[in-house]
Design a protein around this ligand. Sequence first.
Ligand code: GRF
Length: 194
Amino acid sequence: MTKLNGINRIKIAVFISGKGSNLKNLIKFSHKKNSKFIISLIVSNNSTAKGLRYANIYKINKKVIKFRNNKKVEDLLIKRLKKSQIKIICLAGFMKILSKRFIQNFKGIILNIHPSLLPKYKGLNTHHKAILNKDKYSGCTVHFASPKLDSGKIILQKKIKIFKKDTPKTLASRILKQEHIIYPKALNKIISNL
Ligand code: GRF
């Protein structure tokens, strides 16, 4: 917890692997006057992740880690998270599965955003699957991370219509806009209940 402008703010780490639009959006929300959180650390398994540039732009600490289910590496990361007093990890386009051991040893909360209406379409290519199955709706889900892929308890979901002319690309871009709305909302909900 850190105090900024008279408000106690929870320290968050965001884990990314790619573009980082959800990261950028969470940073934007963290800069709001009454924000209850601050992004203190950005972690990536990918040294070339485009989203890492936000660490430089917004002067946030970053750490690139080769996640290979390596106990030593995991322990070092947990140590770092503890040292930085991180209470919540937000996975945002993070393409590695965290080990059961890591999830249990990190004593805080881990959230994930997934581009489908879970429990439908866990894993990759969610938009492609929804269109192929001629689904009428798709959407996105914020949920607690658990050792099983995309399976933890659901916190918030947003449903949107799939149009006949949709391609995985057009659908992904409409859903991403909704992700940017529900991720900060879900995070604030969790923080309010702490
Ligand atoms: C998002 O659709 C997220 O739900 C999925 O990967 C994408 C990441 O986008 N897990 P970004 O890196 O936040 O732009």
